[in-house]
Design a binder for this molecule. Structure first.
Ligand code: SF4
Length: 240
């Protein structure tokens, strides 16, 4: 199924999602208490705001955003948040502050390693690092690297995650003998081929797929009868 059709259907069903949430702006006009900012794309990020996004992209590995929000709130309230703090904080102290995100010992190490990388290239440097540089940092994989590039640097890169793989595997009824399941790079290539190279579209597309994966295309007991994509979904066609 064409990615741009999926994007338009989901945008029409759910509206702009206001990603990536930024807690440091939660009192600004246009920002929700949880930092979402639907329809606001020209962020002009400060170094610490950018690092909040980078920190969130690492903390969200293998956990829910509610847990990450809790950790970010704790960090913002209890330290002088920024890459300098993360680099210099004691491991035990940092792990305690991000405990709600799970895997806190590993994630503390990842945050310290990542903070060191960004400080070495200059915290105020707003030129995006290369994907290769990000992937060379311990603990940063393709989804985290692409999230950092898209949401912290507004680079035109599509993010793929478990939600998007599940949704597109079902839409196209992949996993059958003739069509193997999507890989990360394969699905990202399809998105880049089919979507306009527009940061706002890429921003919304990833957020909309996450919303869709939570509302309708859930891992079990998916709600196909009410799904806004059901008229073009091969999973429905094959199972009706
Ligand atoms: S129709 Fe069902 S399987 Fe297809 S995208 Fe919607 S929820 Fe997922």
């Amino acid at each position: 199924m064409n990615s741009y059709n999926v994007y338009r259907n989901l945008l029409s069903a759910y509206g702009p999602q206001g990603w990536w949430p930024l807690l440091q702006r939660n009192s600004w006009p246009g920002y929700s208490q949880e930092g979402y900012h639907p329809g606001v794309y020209s962020l002009g990020l400060t170094p610490n705001e950018r690092f909040e996004i980078i920190t969130g992209a690492i903390l969200t590995q293998n956990t829910s955003w509610a847990n990450v929000r809790s950790s970010l709130t704790t960090l913002l309230m209890n330290c002088s948040f920024g890459p300098e703090y993360l680099r210099s904080a004691g491991h035990t102290e940092l792990a305690a502050l991000i405990r709600s995100s799970g895997y806190y010992n590993q994630k503390a190490k990842k945050l310290k390693t990542t903070a060191e990388f960004f400080l070495q290239r200059g915290a105020a440097n707003d030129t995006p690092p290369s994907r290769k540089e990000l992937l060379a940092i311990w603990g940063i994989g393709p989804e985290t690297a692409d999230s950092i590039l898209l949401y912290a640097y507004h680079a035109p890169v599509c993010v793929v995650d478990a939600y998007s793989m599940r949704i597109f595997n079902r839409l196209e009824y992949r996993g059958s003998a003739e069509e193997g399941l999507w890989t990360y790079m394969g699905l990202q290539g399809k998105f880049h081929d089919e979507l306009p190279a527009d940061v706002e579209v890429f921003n919304e597309f990833h957020a909309l797929l996450v919303e869709h994966g939570k509302r309708y295309c859930t891992s079990r007991n998916q709600k196909c009868s009410k799904c806004p994509l059901n008229s073009e979904c091969r999973f429905v066609e094959q199972n009706s």
